[in-house]
Design a protein. Structure first.
Length: 147
């Protein structure tokens, strides 16, 4: 009888664990990417890390030489917030307006992506969530290069 009870308890524990895991998985898929990555604090860290990466990259720094860094940071955070389905509204110019006349090439665009990946990694964003963010940002590619 004791052996049967211990097996029953073990089976119930397994069922509870499976339910908990399924519940977490289901909850995560319904949770905004914004919340999954850590919200505003993580977006701020990504922006700060990205700006730092740009500052030490000659190829990218040329595009930002006359940029108001505070405004760039604020609008970049807003943009990331909307891309990750956070509780904000982007109030900056369109991607086309921002990048018009900059003659950004494929190489330049790819370098910015590389620096953003470093920035997200340093902000402890998982690779899966980085890919989700990059997928959404990649949709804007045509509004950025060769304008």
């Amino acid at each position: 009888m004791i052996h049967y009870q211990s097996r029953l308890v073990a089976a119930l524990h397994t069922l509870c664990l499976a339910t908990a895991l399924y519940g977490c998985s289901s909850l995560q898929s319904n949770t905004a990417l914004y919340d999954q990555i850590g919200g505003q604090a993580t977006l701020n860290a990504i922006a700060d890390n990205f700006i730092n990466e740009i500052a030490y990259d000659k190829q990218m720094m040329a595009f930002f030489a006359e940029t108001n860094v505070e405004r760039f940071r604020d609008k970049f955070v807003e943009h990331l917030c909307t891309v990750t389905d956070g509780p904000c509204t982007y109030s900056g110019d369109s991607m086309q307006q921002i990048h018009k006349g900059m003659n950004i090439t494929e190489r330049d665009f790819n370098r910015a992506v590389e620096l953003l990946i470093i920035a997200m990694t340093n902000a402890n964003v998982s690779v899966a969530n980085q890919n989700r963010i990059l997928k959404k940002l990649a949709e804007l590619r045509k509004e950025i290069i060769y304008l």
